[in-house]
Design a protein around this ligand. Structure first.
Ligand code: SAM
Length: 265
């Protein structure tokens, strides 16, 4: 395993609980609701064969199994694979790397790549992971690729009253550089600008591309309001705006996560 790969495994095994992430904060709750809606819109009718690459502890895989799909999850982190297998309903899960999937060509009706692309700092690796997702999907089958917006971190720090001089300097750096500096609470990651993500998907050969902003432009308002009396009303409005503006390209980069959907060629 290369050094960054080991660091990612250590981060998730020793320093971060991914299993609870999607229930924790307004941003994450919006992410879960909207990602599931977008995936369900994308997938073929049940029962479809769905490969969930970088599926973590199985939050989405479990929902899709409950829907009646046949799902296999692949993840770099052994603890995530164990959690996916252990939950209810159980998820078929194996350890693997998105850059070299242990799957034959065209074996799956649909493939999700929701995680690996924002953990790969090398552009060639990201394109390879997207190309692998396309390779294992039957021609014409849907593929979904998630990324983190370049502006998510600074907006998050502003909305949660953590925007100090250090964060201002970091926000300035992020205007021109997408690599996360390891040690600031996250691990190896790359934060995309929209045109970069679309170019990587095009180079990998993804067809019929649609870009979605996942949490919508008001997720940070929901974060800022979380302890106030209007928290529920603002969360509800943020969710409505996320649905309304989902594929408005002008607003996509204001979301925390970007989701590109397309079809295998
Ligand atoms: C933040 S979690 C996302 C989990 C889930 N897909 C979701 O969207 O909530 C990112 C996941 O990607 C996995 N991952 C990172 N790099 C990977 C790689 N090269 N191959 C496979 N999985 C990878 C991590 O182990 C982690 O489980």
């Amino acid at each position: 395993m290369s050094e960054p790969t080991t660091e990612i495994v250590n981060f998730y095994e020793d320093r971060y609980s991914e299993a609870e992430r999607l229930d924790r904060r307004p941003q994450a709750r919006l992410e879960r609701i909207r990602t599931l809606e977008l995936i369900r819109d994308l997938l073929p009718a049940t029962p479809a064969r769905v490969l969930d690459v970088g599926g973590g502890p199985g939050a989405y895989a479990r929902e899709l199994v409950t829907d009646g799909h046949q799902v296999r999850l692949i993840d770099l982190v052994p603890a995530h694979v164990a959690q996916a297998r252990a939950g209810t309903p159980t998820v078929e899960a194996v350890v693997g790397d998105a850059r070299g999937l242990p799957e034959p060509d065209a074996a799956w009706d649909a493939t999700l790549l929701l995680g690996p692309v924002y953990h790969l700092q090398d552009r060639a690796d990201r394109v390879r992971a997207i190309r692998e997702a396309i390779r294992v999907t039957r021609p014409g089958g849907p593929v979904a690729v998630a990324a983190i917006s370049r502006f998510a971190g600074p907006i998050d720090f502003a909305a949660t009253a953590r925007f100090d001089d250090r964060m201002l300097a970091e926000s300035r750096r992020l205007i021109t550089e997408g690599e996360n500096i390891v040690g600031g609470g996250f691990t190896h990651a790359y934060f995309h600008r929209v045109p970069e993500l679309l170019a990587e998907c095009a180079e990998a050969g993804l067809g019929g591309v649609v870009l979605h902003g996942v949490e919508g432009p008001a997720w940070s308002a929901a974060e800022a309001a979380v302890h106030g009396p209007a928290a529920d009303a603002i969360f509800d409005a943020a969710l409505r705006l996320a649905r309304l503006y989902s594929s408005e390209r002008d607003l996509a980069a204001a979301s925390c996560h970007l989701l590109v959907t397309g079809t295998a060629g």
